[in-house]
Design a protein around this ligand. Sequence first.
Ligand code: NOJ
Ligand code: CA
Length: 527
Amino acid sequence: MAENVPSGTTPDSAGWWRGAAIYQVYLRSFADGNGDGIGDLAGLRGHLGHLADLGVDALWLNPWYPSPMVDGGYDVADYRDIDPVFGTLAEAEKLIEEAHGLGLRVIIDIVPNHCSDRHAWFQEALRAEPGSAARERFWFRPGRGDAPPNDWESIFGGPAWTRVPDGEWYLHLFAPEQPDFNWTNPEVREEFLDVLRFWFDRGVDGIRIDSAAVLVKDPDAEPDGRDPYTDRDGVHDIYRAWRRTSDGYGDRALIGELWLPDQDRFAAYLAPDELHTAFNFDFLGCPWDAAALRRVIDTTLETHTPLGAPPTWVLSNHDVTRPVTRFGREDTSFDLNERRHGAPTDLRLGLRRSRAAALLAMALPGSVYVYQGEELGLWEVEDLPEEVLEDPIWFRSGRTDRGRDGCRVPIPWSGDAPGLGFGGEPWLPQPAAWRDLAVEAQSGDPSSTLGLYRRGLRLRRELLGYGGMTWRPMGENVLAFDRENGITCVVNLGAGPVRLPEGREPLLASDPLERGELPPDTAVWLR
Ligand code: NOJ
Ligand code: CA
């Protein structure tokens, strides 16, 4: 199984995304340059050194476009500009240039399934007549009497349709402020190709495609037993066209956000004429269990290898409960639809496992993602006061599901003054205990989580990023594998210590070894 899988290329051949470590910047919560409490481009530009020091190869920015921010910017009002709260287009261009100067590639987020209800096209559609060309860019339909056109539910809860004053309804798979585009309309297709060109022309190296599997739908169709909007066959045409555009620019990457448990369906998006890579959410959702992780890793490699597409290893992002909290719970799996908010957790245990998981993710062949704050060992903030919650999931669930704000709290940089060096008073309050987790506080300490990430990412770049892996049998509760270049990674998920192979030198461990043995919930790299 997974023997010497060729995961990609050599470091200097084309395809930077094949072995890249990619840092996710949630701009609103990264660093606030002008003191209004919201992260911005000035703040990011001032802290690019942190990313260079960390040893990542690229950053991915969540949407930065003008937006009413009903869904943290995933409600885009203009795909060709920057929201004033973040800065200007000129600053974005400067950021790209400065990042490139530090050897960092820049990936932006494109949201093709829906826009904001403030987008010029949707405003035009509202003013236009039923049946007009302006409405044909969206999904406007008459209702069934007083009922919506069909019974689809929004992914954020409640009906997926909202009625406008003239009686028609429009479709929104997410919040009502996020009307869905009609991708059967050639104008929509052309528009997004033009948006891609707009950003590629400005030097962007990659595109993260939001909600990539749900673009194609037909609300008028009779149910056919399959999900009516997830992963419909027609979606592949769209990405083939995107790939033709990106190929015209050389080494630019298309990265899909695809939550698809079926590996064959998932693999279809990674065909050579479609997306370059996609997020590995099976790995992200996997419980802290050796057999389950082995299965996910094997399946991932089996899916990607024949396609020549690099796997990705993802532990968190701005939509999921932070791993420190997740891995300290009794049930360590993660499911978007069942966040287990407030379930008892042991944060010390969770941190220990997160550090081990980080070394595991960094040691696997392919590319790896780091969500801001992961490198600091931040936990999910589960006690945010209700008044500060902004996630539409909170409102759409009738204030029963607190949603995703707990993983979006601004990160601590330095000091113990309010804001912990973030800038102004953060838009979501930080736990006081994060003072000790600030970048500055951890910087001098090689045993800190930040120290571990820095060393791990550097070693990975030097030694690990390319070539395949072979499992090394070391017992049921141990994950151990050899990389082609002679590095071995061993992770102990059992309850007792594990004896390490003779004659090997430990390069880096997620927590100290004990009398030469690997303690529970610890990972080590050996040379
Ligand atoms: C996925 C994004 O990651 C999430 O934050 C957003 O709410 C939905 N797509 C809708 O755009
Ligand atoms: Ca700001």
